[in-house]
Design a binder for this molecule. Structure first.
Ligand SMILES: Nc1ncnc2c1ncn2[C@@H]1O[C@H](COP(=O)(O)OP(=O)(O)OP(=O)(O)O)[C@@H](O)[C@H]1O
Length: 340
């Protein structure tokens, strides 16, 4: 049985591939995915709709069979050693179901019995997700955010080291989103690893320690949130000027990357903003405004996934560029479903 050394990763995939049978033939959904999720903290698994987040998560959990590549959870190859590692994993992959007329506490208590967990955990996990004072209310009276937090509480019963949440804020209002965000942040600060997928970046930017951005089944960037933002935002400035067309031409002639923007122009790849003003002034063009561009994860994400749609981004982690495997190696999607 293959084992990897303790590399500090909660989850690692290498060259992971998966295709589905569609009406017009097979479509590659996961395209050589190399994912690294460090142990401890919150990891945002980000990508546009249809980029392959759910498919990846379902493969990790043994709910769907991969076509190729390897997956490890805490150094154990999965699905081969999933039975050994699954006790350390809690996951929510679709909307959780509870009896509407049961209280949150009763539902958790039944679950605790079913999985052989001490009943003392019920009160603890209710507290952990902020439902300590609502545990004796019926599930039917909970807000959507509370229902989702009860689902998180259920995954916490067995004290997992890795929590996997697939789009946990889908369908929630802003208050519900905030509650779930805070819950995830708290879990991530307790030494646990929280792997959370989302296509909404603003949800993740402030709670994630590290992120992976995927596009079309490949990792296009991964690392710390701050690192990705710095990398993408380095040296961009917005320039206000009377004659932006002429300024763009002058700057391009000087070897800079400049383009027209809504209220002036944007120059990227600038080490010294003073170079911009100097270059323009030398041609009689005077800058009225020079503002460094503040990047956020959303703009990094859009840039990277847009580039990927156009096929211009090379995968950051090196192994993503795997051609679609030949059709003959695959069985139809329905055959790939495991235990569903
Ligand atoms: N059971 C299936 N049969 C056929 N195609 C599928 C199946 N599941 C996923 N796909 C396809 O695989 C691709 C990746 O889908 P997936 O649901 O993993 O993306 P996602 O990133 O989770 O998107 P979303 O944010 O919309 O949930 C899509 O093109 C999707 O249509």
């Amino acid at each position: 049985m293959e084992l990897v050394a303790d590399d500090g990763l909660a989850v690692a995939t290498r060259g992971l591939t998966k295709s589905f049978q569609g009406i017009r033939g097979r479509r590659v959904a996961i395209h050589g995915l190399d994912l690294d999720v460090p142990a401890g903290g919150v990891h945002g698994f980000l990508g546009p709709n249809g980029s392959g987040k759910t498919t990846t998560i379902r493969m990790l959990l043994g709910l769907l069979r991969a076509d190729g590549g390897t997956m490890h959870i805490f150094g154990q190859p999965v699905p081969q050693r999933l039975p050994q590692v699954i006790a350390r994993v809690g996951a929510i992959v679709e909307s959780p179901k509870f009896y509407p007329s049961f209280t949150g506490r009763r539902s958790l208590s039944l679950l605790a019995d079913a999985i052989g967990t001490d009943q003392r955990r019920v009160g603890e996990v209710l507290e952990e997700v902020g439902l300590g004072d609502r545990g004796n209310d019926r599930f039917s009276g909970y807000s959507l955010g509370m229902k989702q937090r009860l689902a998180i509480a259920a995954t916490l019963l067995k004290s997992p080291d890795l929590l996997i949440f697939d789009e946990p804020t889908n369908g929630l209002d802003p208050a519900g989103i905030r509650e779930i965000r805070e819950t995830m942040r708290n879990l991530g600060t307790q030494g646990r690893t929280v792997l959370v997928s989302s296509h909404i970046l603003s949800e993740i930017e402030h709670i994630a320690d590290t992120v992976s951005i995927i596009g079309r089944g490949r990792v296009v960037a991964q690392g710390s949130v701050a690192g990705l933002i710095n990398q993408a935002g380095a040296g961009s400035v917005d320039v206000g000027i009377n004659n932006p067309e002429a300024a763009v031409a002058v700057l391009r002639q000087a070897g800079m990357t400049a383009e027209l923007a809504a209220d002036g122009l944007r120059v990227s790849g600038v080490d010294q903003p003073a170079d911009v003003t100097r270059t323009l002034a030398a041609q009689g063009l005077y800058v009225s405004r020079l503002v460094p561009v503040r990047q956020d994860l959303e703009s990094v994400f859009l840039q990277l996934t847009q580039d990927d749609q156009l096929g211009t981004t090379s995968p950051a982690s090196g192994g993503g560029d795997v051609p679609p495997p030949p059709d003959s190696r695959h069985t139809p999607d329905q055959d790939g479903e495991v235990g569903r």
